[in-house]
Design a protein around this ligand. Structure first.
Ligand code: 5GP
Ligand code: MG
Length: 177
């Protein structure tokens, strides 16, 4: 599948992530904050965001995979974590690349709450509200985009394109649901 047009330039992304970082830092002030980021798509966004969050932040990485078609997530979300994840009594900010159906964020947030987190907020770089199937509150959101499959800045297609410094559309044939 060929790369389509550039949707968001590296400069646009950096500037917006800086704004999000500032808001997050103000909202949490000196409260200890635990970031839980969802591999693998969130890695580049996470790295950019962390530059703006100060020294008091703890970072945890988890993996969440859902089964579905190549470009849309299915109903079931499986979580795996790296090492010990203790979020008891912690204020957690869940970071992911994109909210599409919302299933991933909703499932992970529910799990973090069940693990005893004091609060769970969500932060995504991209939001595709037209695709939402599950109600999930996005506390911090970079950009709202249309229903197009995008790659770059951490987002992949079949493992490729994650390393692009910008976000582009992927010109795919009609989506098969
Ligand atoms: P959800 O559970 O919200 O449907 O899906 C979230 C996950 O699906 C994201 O973390 C991301 O990995 C993947 N995803 C959803 N939309 C896109 C997209 O446009 N491009 C890419 N590369 N991944 C997407
Ligand atoms: Mg993902």
């Amino acid at each position: 599948m060929p790369l389509g047009k550039v949707l968001l330039s590296a400069e646009q992304i950096a500037s917006r992530v800086g704004e999000l970082g500032l808001r997050i830092r103000r909202d949490y002030e000196d409260q200890p904050l635990t970031i839980v980021a969802i591999l693998q798509g969130a890695i580049v966004f996470l790295g950019e965001l962390l530059k703006h969050l100060g020294a008091g932040v703890t970072v945890e990485l988890i993996e969440a995979s859902s089964y579905g078609t190549a470009t849309a997530s299915g109903g079931q979300v499986t979580l795996r974590r790296y090492g010990r994840l203790d979020v008891r009594d912690r204020d957690v900010l869940l970071v992911d690349d994109i909210a599409d159906t919302g299933r991933t964020l909703a499932a992970v947030a529910r799990q973090l709450e069940a693990m005893g987190a004091r609060s769970v907020r969500t932060c995504v770089l991209l939001d595709k509200p037209s695709r939402r199937e599950v109600d999930v509150e996005l506390s911090y959101r970079g950009f709202e985009i249309d229903d197009v499959f995008v790659v770059g800045f951490g987002l992949d297609h079949a493992g490729r394109y994650r390393t692009l410094p910008y976000i582009a559309c992927l010109d795919e044939p009609a989506r098969k649901e």
